[in-house]
Write a protein that binds this ligand. Sequence first.
Ligand code: DHE
Length: 688
Amino acid sequence: MKRHLLFVWAGLVMLLALLAACTSAPTTPPPLPTQPEATRAEEAPAELDAAALLQKGGCGACHVIPGVPGAVGVIGPDLSQIGLTAAERIQDAAYTGTAKTALDYLHESIVNPDVFLAPDCNGAPCQKGLMTAALAAQFNEAELNAIVAYLAGLKGETPPTGGVEATPAVELGEAPVLTTEEFEQARQIFFDRCAGCHGVLRNGATGPALTPDKTLPKGTLALASIIFNGTPRGMPDWGKQGVLTAEQAELMAKYIQNEPPAPPEMSMEQMRGFWKVLVAPEDRPTEPQHTRNWENFFAVTLRDAGQVAVIDGDTYEVVATVNTGYAVHISRMSATGRYVYTIGRDGKTALIDLWMDPPAVVAEVKTCYDARSVEVSKYNGPEGDFTDRYAIVGCYWPPHFVIVDGLTLEPLKVVSTRSYTYDTQEYHPEPRVASIVASHFSPKWVVNVKETGQIWLVDYTDVQNPAIKMLNAERFLHDGGWDASGRYFLVAANNANKIVVLDVQEEKVAAIVETEKIPHPGRGANWIDPVFGPVWSTSHLGEGALVAIGTDPVNHPEYAWKVVRTIPLPGAGSLFLKTHPNSDWIWVDHTLNPDEEIQRTVCVIAKANPVEPYKCWQVADYGRAVHFEYNMEGNQVWVSVWGRADDPGRTGEIVVYDDKTLEEIARIPNLVTPTGKFNVYNTVKDIY
Ligand code: DHE
């Protein structure tokens, strides 16, 4: 398909979204060709199957349309009751079109979408330009009238054609054929950009399932449109961001209509083949080789460079830039703080020794093809001293975790997480390992298994024969953090809109708390609420809201494990929030908000008056503001500006603020796509 056609389609798909179509600053609408109601109805020949037309038009990618197979889209308005709504719209003072009847309104929505923007696209106002008038050119007038008549019959009851079951299935055809080169390119793009949310096998998690039974009914054009334009529920607008071209969006649309290729497994022998010790433990320094305050170092992910920058928190100097894995996801510190463990999306773990001058990678290993988490053993007590003895790598693909030696990264034990969902007890071929933390109460790791919704407590006293306690929790476990006491781990079950509270001391799920849409805490933020006492907070991807959950069952039992506050934010798309016990503020970002200004906006909420943001501002005139970290003293906050690696001068930087005054005090410029930042002291002490 030609590029311009794809764009036309991008609009077309939104066509019905268009029903919402609209314009905040309306241009004068051309007069509608007036047609009496009766004529429009007559011109909808009975033999035309409107549901099939809507399906072939890809309208279901953006709309819920009863009676149209696969029409469950959420970009445009839900059309289940559009037959009723249309009549109300034209009576509304806010209506800016020219239709005088419900049928004309529906027709206008398709042929002239931007004259009026419907108010509700999945909870947010519909956006101009999502649907183009060119959509209408795909249908002749009789077909348009058939569609209009069909939509007019949607009044929240059984659709006029007799319901989903009664609608004859539209011939979907075969999945589009790709050449070997195209398939390989698409496979790589899928791994880089899509697998994190949709799963390698495309069974869905943070994003919906993309198996052929779901994608074929939508078709190439509709899918390409979604990939290019994004959706309000969090699907990134890869095309608009300039990450994928229109051709690549179309390629991906074709790719996901084919069966997902089975990715390879990884054996212990392969892992050992990847393993390298660059500086053996006995050759490493026995004391710091520099006079810098290494406990105030920050390990900063330079995402698209595949590097981590070690930055001195006292001087803001980049002390070292080390090669790690592709798109490093997180860094965690050893219990002593001397070592940084980084994990890349490519499953590569690197061990950085901060005592060396300059700090350098001393060992690396690859234990999977796709990973997000790493943690060390921290227990030191009656059962032994396990400080930094082992590390654990949590993999997305293959779905397993691997226990490695803490000082050399030698892979020691691999444990598959393939298992059964906690609720329906169905086999899941790809239960991915999300966040991992080390218990302080016992020699165990808390391993959150996303798709099966289980929390595994993995005993590392006998790594070749690890005892594992499996706790039922909730599906789609993702990221989380400790409460201030260090006894409870609060983890987001993101697509279930819940926070699971694990009592690590008692080894049981203490509560499951309902939150707003798609909680995404990072590690969350602990603070003392003036009314409700100790709370832990999360913001959300799907809702402009920050919630506080009571965390003190002893002194404030009435608030424990309840949402005690919901604080509105300027928009959805938040990834991270942060605070410090010394701080007056809670900092929050809006990184994945579709609005460019909001993406760059951070807000602070005053702990003394936590009812609304105290102040919000843009941290840069480009990129996205993402993730916060405090310095060791807890009086400065670092915010990343996530730019583009291919945009010289705007690749990214870190902005440092005085946490008391909120004044900017420094910029650390010319960093390539900085994302997560991990201060040694705060990460070791779990200060957030
Ligand atoms: Fe993350 C934490 C998974 C996208 C930056 N991210 C985590 C954790 C998981 C996870 C499971 C918790 C690890 C832990 O604590 O042990 N992240 C995923 C995804 O599956 C997802 C949604 C999609 C993907 O394709 O990876 C995803 N994450 C992103 C990003 O796009 C971010 C902003 C940039 C990037 O690296 O790609 C990003 N994730 C981070 C950061 C943390 C994180 C900075 C750690 C936050 C902290 O303060 O601890």
